[in-house]
Design a protein around this ligand. Structure first.
Ligand SMILES: [Mn+2]
Length: 487
């Protein structure tokens, strides 16, 4: 038999048949087993791998290929048979050292409790099977299979120490995912450290680190060769994190669409959902690892920020995980994380940003002068975007011998990352997403005759340049020497 992983469907009455055909449509490799030779012949004619026999017997299960089963669906309506089959499966789990996801059909709550006690991973109430055995249920099964694989890998790593590496300049999704993976590993007896490079910017990230009392380690302060395994969360390749090029990650869990040819890890889970926090929530959940109120709150924030409050890239899996988290999250902490305290400096920068605002069409630009903390710029930009009539904001100022700019938009017709690259890519660095982006231009790239006129020069080469690129004003070859008359 081939070494491929299969789903084993035990019992092929109406329900078993229906479930099997739905799985087959999704391209799942499956083997069906039933005592009824006529039914099995029919299945074979329809192109299924099918096996005649009593699946309560060890040798029948072995012959049907239980050793390569990742999911076993017990689809018989009769509880006694289910119980006997679970007994046989349990014995083979121990004997063959396998750990498939086992889901048993049940009639009611009482049977649910009973089949779980007998070792089933989950129960499927008869009344709901046909209605529920749709996409979400299938996604859940896949999630449970993945969790078991990760758990098996962690068992191999026991006694070691994992370096959980976040993306450069980690965001709440990355941080929360790191915290969750650390907790997951700990539940299986493995310690881990969370490692980052770049900066923990933006007030929400800092609130997360401070309020959860997280001990994140800077990549430059640690020795990677002190670790026995390496996990990347919310990032999949070396390109955007501190993991040294000569170290391959052991584990990769990410929700960004990365070609699998670029990911090299023993265990990789690249699932396109709204946040990595969703993926980690399900690992904890399927492993029945307790999610404490603070971790749940962090994962909530991770999902909310990455999906921009469920307006971007959200899937049913995200909603499902979120619902689970909200039952567990520390509500008071969640409130603090959602509206973190504003520092006096951020307020000061905001005041300057409001005062210096120049509005043209729905576009607002503002020069805030020198700042000590670069993250006050995006905070001000976020705030100004709430102003009535404003669709797009660019806040810029001087930080660390550079002009830093932060842009936000609600306008779907504009891609800010591209706009900033077009405007400042040549004299500095720029990039970002459609709705949020940033740029950094070395001060020496700003042409100014003297320090006195620096502010005006910045306004001209950053603010006005932005207006030109987004098409608010026409580019002028030579600037008028006389100031425009006041309107
Ligand atoms: Mn993310």
């Amino acid at each position: 038999m081939r070494g491929e992983r299969v789903y084993l469907v035990l019992g092929c009455g109406d329900v078993g048949f229906s479930v099997a055909s739905r799985l087959k449509k999704r391209g799942v490799e499956l083997v069906v087993v039933d005592k009824n030779i006529k039914k099995i012949e029919l299945f074979k004619k329809m192109g299924y791998s099918a096996f005649v026999g009593d699946f309560c017997l060890l040798n029948v299960l072995k012959d049907a290929g239980i050793s390569r089963a990742e999911v076993i669906l017990l689809m018989v309506p009769d509880f006694r048979t289910t119980g006997r089959a679970l007994g046989a499966i349990n014995r083979l789990k121990a004997e063959l050292k396998i750990d498939p996801v086992v889901v048993a059909r049940v009639l009611d709550e009482a049977e649910t409790v009973e089949v779980k006690r007998l070792g089933a991973s989950d129960a499927l109430p008869s009344s709901q099977i046909l209605a529920n055995f749709t996409l979400s249920r299938f996604e859940e099964l896949k999630g449970m299979v993945k969790e078991k694989r990760l758990r098996a890998l962690l068992r191999e790593l026991s006694g070691g120490r994992i370096a959980i590496v976040l993306q450069t300049n980690p965001d709440p999704d990355g941080i929360a995912s790191g915290v969750a993976l650390k907790r997951y590993a700990k539940a299986f007896g493995i310690d881990a450290d969370i490692i980052y490079d770049g900066s923990i910017g933006h007030q929400q990230n800092r609130a997360l680190v401070n309020l959860l009392d997280l001990n994140l380690l800077r990549a430059e302060d640690i020795k990677f060769n002190n670790y026995t395994a390496f996990a990347l969360v919310d990032v999949a390749t070396h390109a955007n994190c501190a993991l040294p090029k000569d170290i391959l990650p052991t584990i990769v869990i990410d929700h960004h669409p990365v070609p699998s040819s670029e990911v090299h890890a023993r265990y990789q889970d690249i699932t396109i959902v709204g946040s990595t926090s969703t993926l980690l929530t399900n690992y904890l959940r399927y492993a029945a690892v307790e999610i404490d109120g603070a971790t749940a709150a962090a994962l909530v924030i991770g999902t909310l920020t990455d999906t921009m409050n469920f307006t971007r890239g959200t899937t049913p899996t995200d909603f499902d995980a979120f619902e689970h988290l909200m039952k567990l999250a520390d509500v008071e902490l969640l409130g603090k994380l959602q509206s973190p305290a504003i520092s006096p400096e951020a307020l000061d920068v905001l005041a300057r940003a409001i005062k210096g605002s120049k509005l043209n069409g729905g576009y607002l630009i503002t020069n805030v002068g020198e700042v000590d903390d670069r993250d006050t710029l995006p905070q001000a930009a976020d705030f100004l975007l709430k102003r009535e009539g404003v669709q797009t904001v660019l806040v810029y100022g001087i930080w660390n011998n550079s002009v830093c700019a932060s842009a936000r938009t609600n306008d779907i017709a504009i891609h800010l990352g591209q706009a900033l690259r077009q405007a400042f890519g040549e004299i500095g660095s720029a990039g970002g997403h459609a709705r949020m982006a940033g740029a950094m231009i070395p001060l020496k790239a700003i042409k100014a005759k003297s320090k006195r006129v620096l502010k005006r020069a910045i306004d001209r080469q950053v603010g006005r340049k932005f207006f030109e690129v987004v098409g608010v004003t026409k580019p002028s070859k030579r600037r008028k020497t006389r100031p425009r008359s006041k309107r």
